[in-house]
Design a protein around this ligand. Structure first.
Ligand code: OOG
Ligand code: NI
Length: 465
């Protein structure tokens, strides 16, 4: 019976493609961005045969043009728990906990994504998923009203829920069910231009925080952006205006480097879109809502806890020197400070590796394979590398960065949206609402690295025996 089940990786790929097609249809600027990113990626690979060769050798060239992440914001813990079950059918599990209250955004989040090398290579589609924290809203009346609106909506179709339950019962879905599942779950991410609240309520939610209005006022958690991955974010940022897209002032994350680390992101501002609000007598009142935007990202090496601590420190040091203004007035100054402060972070692969700052995937070189076949002596990792028997490639960072995420949120909430909340991470509450614990990202990368070394040692050991 299991032979008839479609692999979760295939369902995720189909879902990612369907979502991309829907968003391209709904937000044409996303299509423009995709085309631009595709062009820049092709040029980058053309100019850097070595990069192309490494990506091909590690089997990761194919995934790049197919790769993207999206984001949604949910209203209740029931929505979050069901979303976890829906993503599980696609082989996506919650990784990491992000507290955004520190950054003035009343949500906390996780990223649903595939784990494991084979699944990531097949399709690394991720969804940054936030849960609204009504507990951070001061106005008690509004909080109660918002909770009431949220409790009255059902963001999943009946068909989606039935197929999620069926997949859980049978350990997966057959071909027809999988196709129906993709179509049914896609409905949850669709844009609705008719609000479920009246204009007055929308205004009050909006005044409390724009994000609250976005989460509470509509029938579902529309996908608010999809983000393709580029091999050269500076180039795309520079070319965007020529293509009629205005990027945000500064790129979030680390500066431009020879060896990219973690994640760099930039977005274009959310569009003002026509919506209508419920009138008292069944009529509709015209208005507008701003939520959906576009983003691009460039991914670099995943950092160890030590590397991440250094990154966090350098980012803090930079921001203590220059805080990037929302209007871009000090963008050049910020970029200069960032580049300057980050000279303290080694910028060659072996330096990053030797200092224990990043995670790498090890493999035998051709001469390593030959040596292993000829029953050479076993040598330790450093010697094997020094003798050219082993090579290493950076393991791509698959997760997100809280400061960057906050910057992306803020750039799309308008300049009046900056608000102070008391920092109140609550991973325990989040995991209770989710109905599961989130995976520790560091443990995951460490395991990929370990397994790659073990692969090589096995060959060397076998050859010695
Ligand atoms: C999510 C913002 C975070 C990212 O790439 O860091 C994010 C949101 O605006 O809902 O997507
Ligand atoms: Ni994003």
């Amino acid at each position: 019976m299991n032979a008839h089940l479609v692999s979760p990786d295939d369902i995720r790929s189909a879902f990612s493609a369907a979502m991309s097609a829907m968003y391209r249809d709904e937000v044409p600027a996303y299509g423009t961005l995709m085309t631009l990113v595709g062009k820049v990626n092709e040029e980058t690979l053309g100019n850097d045969p070595q990069l192309k060769q490494r990506l091909t050798a590690t089997d990761s060239l194919e995934r790049i043009s197919e790769e993207r992440h999206g984001a949604i914001r949910l209203g209740t813990r029931h929505e979050l728990a069901m979303m976890r079950r829906a993503f599980a059918v696609m082989g996506m599990v919650p990784v990491g906990y992000y507290d955004l209250s520190t950054a003035g955004v009343p949500v906390h989040s996780t990223a649903f994504r595939p784990v494991g090398d084979a699944s990531l290579k097949r399709n690394p589609f991720r969804v940054f998923t936030s849960l609204l924290r009504l507990d951070l809203i001061a106005d008690e009346t509004l909080r109660t009203e918002a909770a009431k609106v949220l409790s009255g909506r059902n963001i999943f179709t009946e068909g989606a829920v039935a197929l999620i339950e069926k997949a859980e019962r049978n350990g997966g879905l057959g071909r027809e069910d999988a196709a129906r599942f993709v179509a049914e779950v896609l409905e949850t991410f669709r844009w609705h231009d008719k609000a479920i609240v009246d204009a007055g309520m929308y205004r009050r939610l909006h005044d409390a925080h724009r994000l609250i209005a976005d989460v509470v006022s509509f029938r579902g958690p529309h996908i608010n952006h999809l983000t393709p991955r580029t091999l050269d974010i500076d180039r795309v940022q520079k070319l965007m205006p020529e293509h009629g897209i205005a990027p945000k002032a500064v790129v979030e994350g680390p500066p431009t480097r020879a060896c990219p680390i973690l994640l760099r992101q930039t977005s274009f501002k959310a569009l003002e879109e026509a919506v209508s609000f419920r009138g008292a007598d069944g009529t509709w009142q015209a208005g507008s809502h701003t939520a959906r935007f576009g983003e691009i990202e460039q991914r670099g090496v995943a950092l160890t806890p030590k590397g991440r601590a250094l990154y966090d420190k350098l980012l803090n040091d930079t921001r203590a020197r220059v805080r990037p203004a929302a209007d871009g007035s000090n963008a050049a100054e910020y970029e200069a400070a960032l580049a300057d402060v980050f000279t303290a972070f080694p910028d060659d692969w072996n330096g990053i590796r030797a200092a224990g700052l990043g995670y790498f995937r090890y493999s035998l070189t051709e001469s390593g394979k030959a040596a292993a076949a000829g029953a050479t002596m076993g040598v330790d990792l450093e010697t094997a590398i020094a003798q050219g028997l082993m090579q290493f490639d950076p393991i791509v960072y698959e997760d997100f960065l809280p400061v960057s995420a906050a910057g992306i949120f803020q750039s799309n909430l308008g300049d009046d949206a900056a608000q102070e909340f008391t920092a109140s991470p609550n991973q325990i509450m989040f995991e209770r609402d989710l109905g599961a614990s989130v995976l520790d990202e560091f443990a995951h990368y460490a395991e990929i690295e370990r397994a790659s070394i073990e692969n090589c040692l096995a060959v060397v050991t076998l050859a010695q025996a």
